[in-house]
Design a binder for this molecule. Sequence first.
Ligand SMILES: [Zn+2]
Ligand SMILES: [Zn+2]
Length: 250
Amino acid sequence: MHYRGHRFRVRSALCFRRPRYCPVCLAESGYFKAVWDFSLAVFCPQHRCVLSCECTACATVLGWDRTALDWCRCGQPLASSTPLPVKRKEQLTLQTLFSNLLLGVSHKDETAQLGLPEWLVDLSLDGWFHLLSALGCADRSSSCEFDASARSEASFSRRIADSAQARWKTAHPNGRVIRRDLAVRPVPHIEDATIRGYYTPVAHMTPDLHAATALSDTLIAELKSAHTVLIASPIYNFSLPAQPPPAQPR
Ligand SMILES: [Zn+2]
Ligand SMILES: [Zn+2]
């Protein structure tokens, strides 16, 4: 696959199905940046914030079936979303490096700032994707928790999970926790359009198929980004509840 003059050996290096954006960039320029399609681009170095894939007004994952590029289907301008700040300078410098590499601009300064060996200057974007994937580019101080109980306060599985999560937080005080409460925000059962989207080449994806696979892409990205996964599921009548942890095979 080729994208802006760069060759990528695997499709997952690019993230076309789940649009991501920096709300401040959108407010300033009104367009989506090409680098946001690169899977490893997760921050905006210019505005020091996390790239969002959701509308903060309606808390739904963005699809491509919007009436305007910079508006959510609920009528909320994406530029008005609240940016989530990033503090670690190294993460932002690495994002600048990816941006410059995509645009063909020199990234020697960023390589030097990160204290990386000089030979990495010649590494392609595809090479970066494979290198960081092989090293476990996922933030090792991140965890993903799934709560599947239909009960809230009275749930035993939630209590056990909270206890485990508290211990994990003690061990990783700066750790990032992604939490999916499947009773509050259920994952819908898989549909025909979703399965068709999985097997449709990117070039033939329609807005409907993009929308049908958007949530799946988000969940897969969250799982991949987590070093630790915690699943809290009760047993109802000797079986799992109707809102099982999201495990939609690709
Ligand atoms: Zn920005
Ligand atoms: Zn919305």
